[in-house]
Design a protein around this ligand. Sequence first.
Ligand code: KG4
Ligand code: ZN
Length: 339
Amino acid sequence: MLVLGIETSCDETAVALVRDGREVLCSLISSQVDLHAPFGGVVPELASRQHLEALPLLLEEALRVTSLRWADIDAVAGTYGPGLASSLLIGFSSAKALAFRLGKPLCAVNHMEAHIYSMFLNPECPLPSTLGPVLVLVVSGGHTNLVRMPGPGHYQGVGHTLDDAAGEAFDKGAKLMGLGYPGGPLIDRTAQGHAVGPIPFPRSRGKAGDGAYTFSFSGLKTFLRYYLRDHPLSGSAMELGMLAASYQEAIVDALVSGCDAMLLPGESLAAVGGVSLNRTLRSRLKALADQRAIRLHLSAPAYCADNAAMVAGLAGTGQGIWGDAAFALDVDPSLEVPG
Ligand code: KG4
Ligand code: ZN
């Protein structure tokens, strides 16, 4: 089954063509980073206007680079939430219109479920049907969750953040350090090659009464604000590198501790979402998996951050909401991680 995927939940316009859930024929992303950078964050009105301009061009480009025709497409999949309402509307309405015009089935996809599916786009990852139980760390700009996946399409939420998401902690921390936007990649780069310093960043975390694991990142950001007030940056690259490495370490520590605490015997470990691009997080998760003698499944770097291949891929396995139910859906900006 050849699925056309459309993703516009935040500030990336993305289109992909994926065959049978695994074979990515093309995955195109038009980034809006430069558009929003001067504002230090995503401006929703600018984002939706840019989606409207970029989407038709990307759709045509996808057919051109694959030498496919509209008639070759078997289904259209679109993200219907979570995300910015005005951004979601552009992509999901377009997916509906295209499916209707082509006379093909429509699949409505939960963006977070698509992030989880992104691990299967990595050729090294076993097929969903043979993977076995896995604990998935879902880390993006708006979400930080631990989800048990006993089998394909089955989810049990076992961890969440009480306040900020890990990606938010990276983005807000980078702003406070004067690094700019988006913060995750900038902190990752600034910290590279620098040792962690003796700054006692808080590492708040633990199990809640119901057994779920809770993360908390807002104290970390507040600590950084007061630290910078009391220790203004001198302009030394060494000092900034140490600060970025220490702040990053506190976030990564919390995420890895959550995985360590919640892993069950027999489970493998996975990490998905934009923050799973973080090099320190990837190597610390690898160390944890090696220590437990279990497999680690990471999304390929091209599919960690927002993309449409994960949307088309998920739909290609028959998951998501199909048919009349999909056409009847409206966008849902506050849709949750499944489970
Ligand atoms: O999954 P994603 O692209 O979009 C959402 O669904 O939110 O995640 C975006 C988040 C941003 O907070 C960004 O700063 C973070 O992923 N990110 C990183 C890195 N690359 C992107 N965080 C840490 N290290 C990175 N290398
Ligand atoms: Zn995302």
